[in-house]
Design a protein. Structure first.
Length: 520
């Protein structure tokens, strides 16, 4: 074959090979593009415009120093920052011997074991000691009756005179319900989160027919007897110089309309002192005025506009915001902007690390105020600088992270004020934890049966939360105060009510302190 013909043949072969490879490359490009589209997250309008402008977004923003940028770039490799929970952290428990741990329980039964050899020949053995172990016994609930006998008498000298009878005492109820039964029902519903229909079946097993309707009437009458004490707690709470406020929704049944409505437990909380729940069937702004009318001082809340508007209209109110809500906003933005979100979370967590350290050292309020100025405020300044930089960074799309930045910037004045005092907290977590019983209970009883029943529940939850704040045994407390309130027929004297406040009652009954296990 001539050389020229051979070259042409090789050229045709190579062109064919090139076309084949180009086809393969085209197929591979299509597959790669398909994979990229499958893995890509949904694009928002801002993202598309940025792509058209060929803007590359970096998730770290240079603010002051290069070392801060390096820290932000390595943030994704660090574990997600956390802040302390609303309750005390669980500590490692020291092992305690059963004899000491349950030494306060009475001994109802004792079993003495003697070896068979000693039993057969007692004179041949000398006792040198003993080994004692303990078991905790449970005595099931049992029902009994109290007979109240009113003796009748007639005059021997005046046969025409009417008979006389011993005056009946004022009782919790004119029916068969005693104070102990009432306390048992209330604690089952509001402390143990039980449903009344389940308790009805339990009463049947105990040999008594106590219907749900009867139990509901007991709760209503309980709230009636407790109303004077509940109102005193509310008045004293409003006199506090520092309050936290929040609300949570609960479904209720309105008999006049089909379906369920949504009501709210509104709460005002004086940390370490008291908490008051109020039931309102709506979330309107004007409710705040009713809740804290007459209060002058520091009010801490989340970012609900009702509280902000109230503080703006009342110069005597100083509004604080919640750092935990801010932290949660950035935590929700981790998927959108991992590095930047974790950096902001880390800075907020640094504030909480300082607070936890000072709590462990038992720092006083005055010393904490100084420490917050010298140590916490510089961290807050870093947070503010980053917020300002992120706010003007046009490469950040409209996503969860930009929402978190906007939330923090909008509430910055109220957030920074938390560091101006020594007795305030950084968040409202302590108040939110007090709502937990209402949520656990709602999983069992699902809804409040009538709008007016919400106020009865608010009374019960208020007393139980105050008992928990002061570590009061709720059963002993409610039994004692009911026995003292009932004889006054809803008109107890003010000095008696003062003595029956949980913080005062526990001073007179120190043996009734209950230390609940710390939450994880």
């Amino acid at each position: 074959m001539p050389a020229a013909e051979k070259i042409r043949e090789e050229n045709r072969s190579l062109k064919g090979r090139v076309r084949e490879l180009e086809g393969l490359i085209s197929n591979l490009e299509l597959k790669v593009r398909a994979l990229e589209l499958a893995k890509a997250r949904p694009q928002k309008p801002d993202d598309e415009r940025q792509c058209l402008l060929e803007i590359r977004h970096t998730e770290s923003v240079r603010i002051d120093h290069d070392d801060e940028v390096d820290e932000a770039e390595g943030q994704s490799e660090r574990p997600e920052p956390k802040i302390p929970s609303s309750t005390t952290k669980r500590k490692k428990k020291k092992r305690i011997a059963p004899a000491e741990k349950f030494g306060h329980l009475p001994v109802s039964e004792e079993v003495v074991l003697i070896p068979d050899d000693v039993r057969d020949n007692p004179d041949g053995w000398k006792e040198i000691g003993e080994t004692v172990t303990h078991e905790v016994l449970v005595h099931p609930t049992r029902l009994s009756r109290r007979r109240i006998v009113q003796k009748k008498f007639v005059s021997r000298s005046d046969r025409d005179a009417a008979p006389i009878i011993a005056k009946a005492p004022i009782r919790f109820s004119s029916s068969y319900v005693s104070t102990s039964l009432a306390v048992y029902i209330v604690l089952n519903k509001y402390l143990e989160h039980g449903a009344l229909h389940r308790l009805e079946r339990k009463f049947v097993r105990l040999g008594a027919d106590i219907t749900r309707q009867c139990q509901s009437d007991v709760v209503e009458r309980f709230s009636m007897w407790m109303r004077p004490l509940y109102e005193l707690i509310e008045r004293k709470t409003k006199k506090s110089a520092y309050l936290q406020i929040d609300e949570t929704f609960i479904k209720y049944i309105n008999g006049r309309k089909p379906g369920a409505g949504q009501g709210y437990f509104w709460a005002i909380h004086s940390p370490g002192r008291s908490m008051v729940l109020k039931w309102i069937d709506n979330r309107r702004h004007e409710n705040v005025d009713h809740l804290i009318c007459g209060f002058n001082g520091i009010l801490q809340s989340d970012a609900y506009a009702a509280y902000t508007n109230y503080a703006q209209a009342h110069p005597e109110i100083t509004l604080l915001a919640c750092w935990a809500h801010t932290f949660r906003k950035f935590r929700e933005a981790i998927t959108a902007e991992p590095n930047a979100a974790k950096m902001m979370m880390r800075l907020i967590a640094d504030l909480y690390d300082l607070e936890e350290k000072w709590d462990q050292l038992g720092v006083s309020d005055s010393a904490r105020q100084i420490l917050r100025t010298t140590e916490s405020k510089p961290i807050a300044s870093k947070i503010k600088a980053r917020l300002d930089a992120y706010a003007v960074d046009m490469t950040i799309p409209r996503n969860e992270f930009r929402e978190a930045v906007g939330y923090a910037a909008k509430n910055w004045s109220a957030l920074s004020r938390c560091l101006d005092y020594g007795h305030t907290r950084l968040d409202t977590n302590l108040l939110e934890s007090k709502f937990r019983p209402t949520k656990i209970g709602a999983k069992n009883w699902m809804f409040i049966g009538h709008p007016e029943a919400g106020e009865k529940s608010a009374v019960a939850y208020t007393l139980l939360n105050c008992c928990r704040i002061h570590q009061v045994d709720p059963q002993a407390y409610l039994l004692d105060i009911l026995d003292k309130l009932v004889p006054y027929d809803r008109n107890p004297p003010e000095d008696l009510l003062e003595a029956l406040l949980p913080e005062n009652w526990i001073q007179a009954n120190p043996d009734r302190i209950i230390k609940e296990p710390a939450q994880a």
